[in-house]
Design a protein around this ligand. Structure first.
Ligand code: 5GP
Ligand code: ZN
Length: 113
């Protein structure tokens, strides 16, 4: 996906503040943080959204949670609590159509709505 922002970040064509990278996943700080910790956990492979997942992607999705757990501990927010969000579709507020998980923490969260 040559015109995809997060594919460009995965390739290193757009700079990002990375906190994790392996052959399947990259994690970097959100450019417009909504909490003291706001990290995006992103599969290197382009997937538009949860709507485009296939059964073969399930280990990769599990891996996103494992990395979220590891990064929450690294950020010092595991004990206090944190929120994992995967916006799916425009009505949910998805603006970048390359699947990603938000890791948010470091402040009291409000109820969902
Ligand atoms: P979404 O709204 O699709 O769930 O989340 C997209 C997120 O990507 C937003 O929180 C937005 O601030 C973040 N974002 C957009 N462009 C960039 C960028 O160029 N670099 C980084 N690090 N984050 C970005
Ligand atoms: Zn992409």
């Amino acid at each position: 996906m040559s015109d995809c922002l997060f594919c460009k970040i995965v390739k290193g064509d757009i700079p990002s503040t990375n906190v994790y990278k392996d052959e399947q996943v990259i994690a970097f700080r959100d450019i417009n943080p909504a909490a003291p910790t706001h990290i995006l956990i992103v599969p290197n492979k382009h997937i538009d959204s949860v709507n485009m997942l296939i059964p073969d992607d399930e280990p990769l999705i599990g891996r996103l949670f494992g990395i979220a757990k590891m990064l929450a501990a690294q950020e010092g927010i595991a004990e206090g609590g944190y929120r994992l969000i995967v916006n799916t579709g425009a009505e949910a507020g998805q603006t970048v159509f390359h699947l990603h998980m938000h890791l948010l923490g470091g402040r009291q969260m409000k109820a969902l709505g």
